[in-house]
Every structure is written in C-alpha cells, then in structure tokens.
Design a binder for this molecule. Structure first.
Ligand SMILES: C[S@@+](CC[C@H](N)C(=O)[O-])C[C@H]1O[C@@H](n2cnc3c(N)ncnc32)[C@H](O)[C@@H]1O
Length: 273
C-alpha cells in the first residue's frame, strides 16, 4: 500500500530528502515545500501539532538529548488555508493545541470560512475548515509552572474540524469528547499517560493510542493521513498500526532520522499505549 500515483507524481517535484516506506513517505524539509506540491482535495485526514511560539518553545526540556523546540516562523493563516485546500471535501482536521493557542486557531478558521463564503460564490471552489469541537486529553500527571499561584496543568486540547460545512460521519459508536480509558470492570476511569521526553528524544511526542482513536473515527483502511509537523512521527506510527497510508513532514534532521528508525521498527519502544 503506497501513495496514490497522482500524488507520487506531484510529490516527485519536492526538492528535499525523502524516505519512501511501504505505507508512506516522510520528507525532511519545511512543510511549505510539500504543501506547494500537493493538489487540492487530495488528503483524507490531517492530524498535526504545530510549533506555536510561546507555547512549545517554553516547555522545559530536562534531558540533554531532547532538543528544545526553538521559536519558529509558524504562519497560522497559511497553515489553515493550505490544510483546507488539500483536504478532501468533508475530511476531518485534528490540531493539538493548548488553552492559550486555542482561540487564535479557531478564530483563524472562522475568519477564513466567513471570507470564503462572502467572496467566492461558487461553492465547489471554496476551501475552508469548520470548527466542530474541542477534544480533551487528561494526562496521568501534570506539568510544572506557577506552583503556588495557579492550577496544575493536566490536560491537552485538540481542535476537531472538517472541510466544508458539515463533514463526513465519524465511524463506530458515539464517543465523548474526552480521551480516557476504562478498566476491565468498565467502572473506573484511567488516563492515558504522557510520553516522557526521553522516549523518542522529542519534547512533545503524543500518545500513539490517542492518534489511533482519531484516525479510526475519521478514515477507512488505506486512506491517506497527513502530518505536516511530524516530530517523533507518532501520527505515522498510528497510521501504520491500523493500515492507513501517511505523508509526514519534519524539518529537523535529527527528529527526521529518529522518526524513520521508529517507523522502521528499529527504536527501542515503537508502540506505546
Ligand atoms: C510540536 S512538534 C510535533 C510533535 C508530534 N506531534 C509528535 O507526536 O512527536 C512540532 C514539530 O514540527 C517541526 N516543524 C516546525 N516547523 C516546521 C515546518 N515549517 N515544517 C516542517 N516541520 C516543522 C518541529 O521540528 C517539531 O518537531
């Protein structure tokens, strides 16, 4: 199972290192190079976690091998516009964020939607994202910060949206908008654990098990999942695990190399709960 031929031809124009695995391609470059080459309406799902300036860059990095995510030139309007353009009509969009970045991203989605509806009369020419919900992952432990004057941060947020007005239906049974697991008796609730910084030498690696839930709800087998800010490649790991294709982009060469080893199964821990 590989990428559709039309997409392979389009991506052949990207002038950057690329690893082509059976289930997907991974580029080592700025994702703008890949977005530029992707045709409209070509991606079945986006799951991603962009590097917001004052958020990821301030996270503590305790292990010398784990790189601090430096301030980036993250361009929010461009990211939203391109995500909307490349997604297929009705396809889903998941974007990790926190409470400080949430209003900015949702605000930008709404701004672009209103602008397109007003300016572009032809419905099939419009590419915009509709905000649908805020998903919450309550972690098993909390972060640091203002120890005495503020509540301990113990959750992360995901913006859930779709391309166009309504979006495709979610697969399977109806799920709550909070990620948790039940024990075997189904009575007690347990939380999904944070991935320690040192496991994939990445400061913001997301649990594969949560990414799998998102992909299962929003795609069919062999569909194509895009993560333009791939980091430790947890989106790729999740896609691979449940038989979806993936297209990943990561511009840091160290993370790119580690991620490829992880996807090939050469890392110590390849799949975590
Ligand atoms: C928050 S992390 C993603 C973590 C990922 N969700 C995981 O589970 O490991 C964001 C990643 O995007 C990468 N990045 C930042 N700007 C980029 C760009 N313009 N193009 C491609 N990658 C970029 C950073 O190097 C970083 O690894």
């Amino acid at each position: 199972m590989s990428l559709p031929e039309e997409l392979q031809l389009a991506l052949a124009k990207v002038d950057a290192p690329v690893e082509k695995l059976d289930q997907g391609w991974i580029f080592n470059c700025d994702n703008r190079l890949v977005f530029e080459s992707l045709p409209d309406n070509s991606i079945d799902l986006i799951i991603t976690d962009p590097p917001y300036k004052d958020y990821q860059s301030n996270r503590p990095v305790k292990h010398e091998k784990v790189k601090k995510i430096l301030e980036s030139d993250f361009d929010l309007p461009y990211f939203i516009e391109q995500s909307a353009r490349v997604l297929k009509p009705g396809a889903h969009f998941y974007c990790w964020c926190d409470h400080l970045t949430f209003p900015g991203i949702v605000g930008e989605m709404k701004r672009q939607m209103e602008q397109q509806i007003e300016q572009i009369k032809q419905k099939d020419m419009r590419h915009y994202l509709t905000y649908k919900n805020m998903l919450v992952w309550v972690k098993n432990n909390h972060g640091s910060g203002d120890l005495k004057g503020n509540y301990a941060p113990q959750h992360e947020l995901v913006i859930f949206g779709c391309k166009g007005d309504k979006g495709r239906k979610l697969n399977g049974k109806r799920q709550p908008n909070v990620y948790f697991k039940r024990d075997s008796t189904k009575s007690a609730v347990k939380f999904f654990s944070k991935v320690p910084n040192t496991v994939h030498t990445h400061g913001t690696s997301k649990p594969v098990i949560i990414q799998i839930e998102m992909i299962e709800k929003s795609t069919k087998r062999k569909n194509l999942v895009l993560d333009p800010y791939a980091g430790s490649m947890s989106t790729g790991m999740a896609s691979k695990r449940i038989g979806r294709s993936f297209l990943l982009v990561e511009y840091d060469s160290g993370h790119y190399g580690n991620g490829i080893e992880r996807l090939k199964g050469n890392s110590q821990r390849t799949i975590e709960e």
